[in-house]
Design a protein around this ligand. Structure first.
Ligand code: MG
Length: 157
């Protein structure tokens, strides 16, 4: 059994869609980034890469590469899942927490879990997505950005 962790942060800005776990969530601000800035999927991708000791998402999908501009992070997560499987690993489970002050994410959690499960070719029961505010403390609480934490477990296929 191998475990990996991932962490990501993106700024919240005007004029961008808020996309989390592949779900576009109605909100006045969205996450800024070279890709679609899906902070949850980026943290999950880094957790998978970490468990397989395959580097990080920045090495595989550099933000200097025009190929990844406005990329759909579901595609990035799918590609990471393929890399991990190609190394002979099987995904046991993933678990993630999104830290966001607003809006409430509960209505979207099941759709996020389904998207992640489909991208990684695993069952929804193997995917946990949680959400928290930070009680108005720090950059998340001030609504300057969002953070995501993820962990995963792999075993040998
Ligand atoms: Mg990112």
């Amino acid at each position: 059994m191998r475990v990996g962790m991932g962490y990501d942060v993106h700024r919240l800005v005007d004029g961008r869609p808020l996309i989390l776990g592949g779900v576009t969530i109605p909100h006045p601000t969205g996450l800024a980034g070279h890709s679609d800035a899906d902070v949850l999927l980026h943290a999950l991708a880094d957790a998978l890469l970490g468990a397989a000791a395959l580097g990080d998402i920045g090495a595989h999908f550099p933000d200097t590469d025009e190929q990844w501009r406005d990329a759909d992070s579901i595609d990035l997560l799918e590609a990471v899942g393929e890399k991990v499987r190609a190394e002979g690993f099987r995904l046991s489970n993933v678990d993630a927490t999104v830290a966001l002050q607003q809006p409430k994410l509960r209505p979207h959690i099941e759709a996020m879990r389904s998207n992640v499960a489909a991208a990684l070719c695993i069952d929804v029961e193997q995917v946990s997505v949680k959400a928290t505010t930070t009680e108005r403390l720090g950059f998340v609480g001030q609504e300057a950005g969002a953070a995501a934490y993820a962990i995963c477990a792999l075993d040998r296929a």
